[in-house]
Write a protein that binds this ligand. Sequence first.
Ligand SMILES: [Zn+2]
Ligand SMILES: [Zn+2]
Length: 194
Amino acid sequence: MKKEEKLEDKTEETKPEGPKSHKLFYLVVLIFLLSLGWFSWAVWEKVIPHEKLHYHAGFIVVKDNQIVDFSKPEFMSFTSCAVAGAKEEETPEQLQIEKAHLHDEIGDVIHVEEAGAKWGDLFTNLNYPINYNEVAAYINGKKVKSIQNMPIKRYQSAIIFMGNNQDTQKFLSQAVTKEHIEETAAKSKDCGSH
Ligand SMILES: [Zn+2]
Ligand SMILES: [Zn+2]
């Protein structure tokens, strides 16, 4: 038995493992890794549906003691969702619109589909100029300064007062609720599934 073991050891030692077989081995590993990389990329690109950034928040604007109606067609976005998934073709204008826009003729739930959205982007995109020095702005019931520079966060609820308002407390209690945001997002037909 001992002799046989020794013989086996010897044959392994004397196996010709020249630099050629090493090269072949590395080549095979390289090809394998490249294939794996390509395969992962293909699965990521073609098979897994791209999780596009998409979340919602609520807002109302009160001007001279009345809620501004943003549900009119001129405030709606009809284009941005159609280009979803075709990122490389999006123009800077489209990317700006995607930061914050409205759908489905619902004027108090914002769709955010691009990173870096600030509250100012919403009113820029709605083409609704606001003099931010003359407004009182609230997010989730708390008064905030320079709301235009604050990021829009998921399920936030903003109220902006401008002009002469007597019923501030009443309007604050009418802030868009998370339930309304969720309900609206679930029903949205312009954006498909949420
Ligand atoms: Zn959209
Ligand atoms: Zn949406």
